[in-house]
Design a protein around this ligand. Structure first.
Ligand code: NAD
Length: 250
């Protein structure tokens, strides 16, 4: 790990573009902040989702075991909101950076699938996604369309194989992260010369530890993050504005 370099000039998109050119390969780590400009609230801003509902009541594995119908009332709305959202210019810029060979992969905490929909190909979804729901008994995976169809007439979707209530395909609080995805994300971070964090408060572990696996990292985030003091460079600004400028500068 490299300590921050005090000689690096002010925290601008141009400085970030120079860093991206210098430090290849680059792996990007995104959080909810990359999708707020698509109309999807993040979690921890004052206007974030957790300002309105208690995550442990609607998005924890304990809540799911206690009252799956309550969890599904929350996720039904959420899946509809996320499916109606469109990728914004930050998602599109990251896809373009991958096409240009500047970004090797995107590791995302987001469940909204917007990176793939914007054209990114190497995407590692470490918190699962809304693409499907999962049976905890027989491990069947049911696609979102079929899940939503069931939710039209039932308070919770059932596994077509064993009849168990399905669980949303996202990692709930209190659950382990998918091992294969975390291993791939860790390998990518270790092999990168730069991890670029975009739109994450870096408060949710173990993903928040990924930048520390790399020899250096930079951050684009509006507002503070837990690792600001250790970053090579921090741009405190909007994700789409900053990444669009980076694209222009490259
Ligand atoms: P977070 O809410 O903890 O942090 C988001 C950060 O992004 C905040 O610091 C915020 O100030 C910043 N931000 C907001 N809009 C921004 C913008 N336009 N440009 C730059 N920065 C911006 O989110 P997190 O770090 O991703 O961690 C929380 C959890 O949230 C993750 O587990 C993720 O699964 C989940 N989540 C996902 C979605 C989604 O899929 N879109 C939405 C909400 C939460």
């Amino acid at each position: 790990f490299i300590a921050p370099n005090p000689t690096i000039p002010p925290m601008s998109a141009a400085a970030l573009a120079a860093l991206l050119r210098e430090r290849q390969p680059c792996v990007v780590l995104t959080g909810a902040g990359v999708s707020t400009e698509s109309g999807i609230p993040d979690f921890r801003s004052p206007t974030g989702i957790w300002a309105e509902v208690d995550p442990f009541e609607v998005a924890s594995i304990q809540a799911f075991r206690r009252d799956p119908e309550r969890v599904w009332r929350f996720y039904r709305e959420r899946i509809h909101l996320l499916r109606d959202a469109e990728p914004n210019s930050a998602h599109r810029a990251l896809a373009e950076l991958e096409r240009r060979g500047v970004v090797a992969a995107v590791v995302t905490q987001n469940i909204d699938t917007l990176h793939s929909r914007a054209g990114s190909r190497e995407v590692v979804e470490v918190h699962g996604s809304i693409r499907s729901a999962r049976c905890l008994r027989c491990l069947w995976s049911e696609p979102a369309d079929a899940v939503l169809a069931q939710l039209e007439t039932a308070p919770a979707p059932l596994c077509p194989h064993c009849g168990e209530v399905l669980k949303p395909g996202v990692v709930l609080f209190g659950e382990l992260l998918p091992a294969a995805e975390m291993e791939r994300a860790t390998q990518l971070a270790r092999s990168a010369r730069l991890v670029l964090v975009v739109g994450s408060s870096l408060e949710v572990w173990p993903v928040a530890g990924l930048p520390l696996e790399a020899c250096a990292f930079a951050i684009v985030n509006r507002g503070p993050t837990a690792l600001d003091d250790h970053a090579l460079l921090k741009v405190d600004a909007g994700a789409s504005e900053t990444l669009s400028k980076v694209l222009d500068a490259l």
